[in-house]
Design a protein around this ligand. Sequence first.
Ligand SMILES: Cc1cc2nc3c(=O)[nH]c(=O)nc-3n(C[C@H](O)[C@H](O)[C@H](O)COP(=O)(O)O)c2cc1C
Length: 289
Amino acid sequence: MVAEARGYRTVEFLEHSEMDFAAADRLHRIGTVRLEPVAEDDELQSAAQRRLAAFRSRRTSRRPYDSRLVGAELLTSASSIAAAQGYEFRSTTDARIVSLLVQINQKTLFSDLRNDAVYAEIMHWLRFSKDEAAALADGLSAETMIMPGPVLRFAMRHRGLWSFPVIGGLIRAIYLRTMRGVRQLGWLEGPFDEPADYLEAGRTFMRIWLFFSEKGVCLHPFGTVITNPVSHAEFVRAAGISETAGRMAWMLFRFGYSATPPAAHRRPATSTLLSPLPEDTSIQEPVRE
Ligand SMILES: Cc1cc2nc3c(=O)[nH]c(=O)nc-3n(C[C@H](O)[C@H](O)[C@H](O)COP(=O)(O)O)c2cc1C
């Protein structure tokens, strides 16, 4: 997605295997990517430079949005980006549906945390202080969730309290305050049946996210509404989506305009590469089956 800005095109040899969540090394090989130098082209270069800048500046915004709607022209471009990959981008400004789905997203968060496996996974990634977030550079920080670290730590360590009317109500109110000004939701529909689909879906989502970033539009995925079966069914019903064999609504997000969100620390690119080769080493053509 950003290699062009450095003067390369990518040649991919993808393996398309299902993830093995029990794998001892906790690694999943996606494939081999080779970078090939390409001839300079001024027009392509400036588009590539814009995309690289968006790649670097893109941040999830969990802040309140400012109620401005993203205009029809940008929505049409986002639809074209999705269509070019065989997917459909749809959105709504229907206040009833937006409010319902924001509530469903909040309820999903609460109900997922009652599930021990999900709770353990989230606790593993949460970072409650800025120092911890910076040192590990791999998690979900209180700062990016617009929550004071000690409050988040207390709330997460005492999830039983979330079921009490007063404390549960307070946590719900704090969370929903971050959703003020949300007037528009978007989602992506299309093939999502096998590993090749998952990769193309991810690529499509990232293209749309980078395009929005370039245009100053913020986004916050509601991924848990997709993965929680009860919430997913409610979302599909509310938005009038028909999911047929192999096709589904696989991503839902709020989008709009907000103040600059806090940065999530990132691992270096090399942390997702296996045995990176020294610059002057050539590799053998991977064999395609
Ligand atoms: C497939 C997918 C699903 C996600 N679902 C959620 C979600 O349900 N709630 C949330 O707060 N963030 C969600 N995120 C946002 C990521 O957690 C976010 O990208 C991550 O915290 C890194 O921050 P950054 O986007 O600012 O780099 C999701 C991201 C992806 C790619």
